[in-house]
Design a protein around this ligand. Structure first.
Ligand code: HEM
Length: 125
């Protein structure tokens, strides 16, 4: 680990993860490639993502406590996810981190940590 605290702490704990999710989804919704995959009412998705990212970044296991094992790849199987869509998702996350003025080194590290899962969810070529 490059940083000596969890990403959860470095990103500002519950408030920081909340702000990140709130900066991220408007970008996702505006994205021509992935926006159309999401429901009009984005609030339930934002709440689940807040819970998931909290635990993914090393904070409280909110998602697992509420929904059981994440099985995130399986949860994405209903959507056609291509490499281009994974890149679009990551680009929205990168822009959200920039909007929150997260320092460059941490931003690059966070996007890199999410890049593995994002490309692992690719199920369509
Ligand atoms: C690779 C590109 C990705 C695309 C196109 C994508 C798209 C989607 C879509 C369409 C949904 C369902 C929204 C709904 O409820 O109707 C969803 C749910 C979700 N995604 Fe993604 N996603 C991607 C990557 C990721 C990544 C990298 C993560 C986290 C590391 C993630 C975490 C979640 C979570 C936590 C949910 C809610 C799951 C649930 O309903 O239980 N997604 N995603």
């Amino acid at each position: 680990m490059k940083f000596d605290q969890s990403l959860y702490v470095l990103l500002g704990e519950a408030d920081g993860v909340r702000r990140l999710v709130e900066a991220f989804y408007p970008k996702v919704q505006r994205d021509p490639l992935i926006g159309p995959l999401f429901p009009e009412d984005i609030n339930p998705v934002m709440e689940k993502q807040y819970m998931f990212l909290s635990q993914f970044f090393g904070g409280p296991a909110l998602f697992s406590e509420a929904y059981g094992h994440p099985m995130m790849r399986a949860r994405h199987m209903g959507f056609e996810i291509t490499d281009e869509k994974a890149d679009a998702w990551l680009a929205c996350m990168n822009e959200a981190l920039k909007e929150l003025e997260i320092e460059d080194e941490l931003r690059v590290f966070v996007v890199d940590r999410l890049s593995g899962p994002a490309h692992h969810f690719v199920n369509t070529h």
